[in-house]
Design a binder for this molecule. Structure first.
Ligand SMILES: [Zn+2]
Length: 317
């Protein structure tokens, strides 16, 4: 998600003293004003889920984080928000005290790269896409970026694929073009049969397609199709945001994207203005499943992004 949206989970100015801890911690924001810097037993909404032996998914620190641990050390997929770093380091250490050897970023946004610097300082090698280097490993729109951007940058980049052979498995790191942004990364554990799509997939809610950053509906659907083609009923499907998922849910998500996209495309081709497209509620059949209150991307935001994506492609261009 984008920096402005990540702002919904950040604490207010009055609790700035807890800023290093509060991003994933709704409970902190509700703490009495007399709270001190060191609450004795902070309660957080950080959640850890074991999806396979040695594979844990941490939610509540920004984007989902995967901790892959084993005899060769730890690999992290994404590092959450910078303000969540302390809580993330603590959670990772509780899973394993082995060193974090690699960090893989699925995209360059601040809710996926915020902890890069912390883990790089401890010796981790950051892997990402080329554009992530240009942006210093951080979302350029992220506020309060006073850290060492060089450390946050990927040391290894790819615009294709590469593989890590560790912990008795093979992790494929696959560059995907024009999906959530112009360049995203999907990772797949071959033997464990687990795939992480990053922000190409938001389980249980509409996606944030960054059209202005080169994302597209067609690219998102194509990336999901590629994952579906290599998945089965046992495959664990990890989204960038939302609960851990599976192939059937991902296929239903693809169907929703295609159905809404078809309606918006037809309207665009007929020259219908975006406000009239919104009035026609092209997501109506899916809002109960994906448009629930509290979802980061509203149906309107989703439809507007699809419209922006498809509008330039009307016949006659
Ligand atoms: Zn995100």
């Amino acid at each position: 998600m984008t920096a402005n949206r990540s702002g919904r989970t950040t604490c207010g100015r009055a609790l700035a003293v807890l800023a290093a801890l509060c991003a994933p911690v709704v409970a902190y924001a509700q703490a009495p004003a007399s709270s001190t810097v060191n609450p004795p037993e902070p309660v957080t909404d950080l959640r850890v889920q074991v999806v396979r032996p040695g594979l844990n998914v941490i939610a509540g620190v920004g984007g989902n984080v995967v901790v892959w641990s084993g005899a060769d050390g730890i690999v992290l997929v994404d590092t959450g928000l910078a303000t969540s770093s302390a809580a993330l380091v603590d959670a990772v250490t509780r899973i394993s005290e082995a060193p974090v050897r690699f960090v893989v970023n699925t995209n360059s946004h601040a809710d996926h790269t915020g902890g890069n610097e912390v883990f790089a300082r401890k010796g981790a090698v950051v892997i990402g896409r080329e554009a992530l280097v240009e942006q210093g490993g951080r979302d350029p729109a992220a506020p309060g970026d006073n850290g060492d951007a060089l450390l946050a940058r990927p040391m290894i980049t790819t615009n294709d694929t590469l593989a890590l052979h560790l912990n008795g498995d093979r992790l494929d790191i696959v560059h995907v073009a024009d999906a959530h942004t112009s360049a995203d990364i999907v990772v797949r554990w071959n033997d464990a049969d687990v795939v992480d799509l990053g922000d190409i997939y938001w389980s249980g809610q509409y996606p944030d397609i960054n059209v202005e950053s080169g994302g597209s509906l067609a690219g998102t659907v194509a990336a999901i199709e590629a994952v579906l083609a290599r998945s089965n009923a046992r495959t664990v499907v990890i989204p960038g945001h939302g609960p851990v998922s599976n192939r059937a849910e991902l296929a239903a998500y693809r169907d929703m994207l295609v159905a809404v996209g078809r309606k918006v495309r037809e309207a665009v081709e007929q020259g219908v203005a975006v406000e009239d497209v919104l009035d026609a509620k092209p997501t109506a059949d899916f809002d109960a499943r994906f448009g629930h209150p509290g979802a980061l991307v509203t149906p309107e935001e989703f439809v507007r992004s699809v419209y922006r994506d498809l509008a330039p492609k009307r016949p006659g261009r």
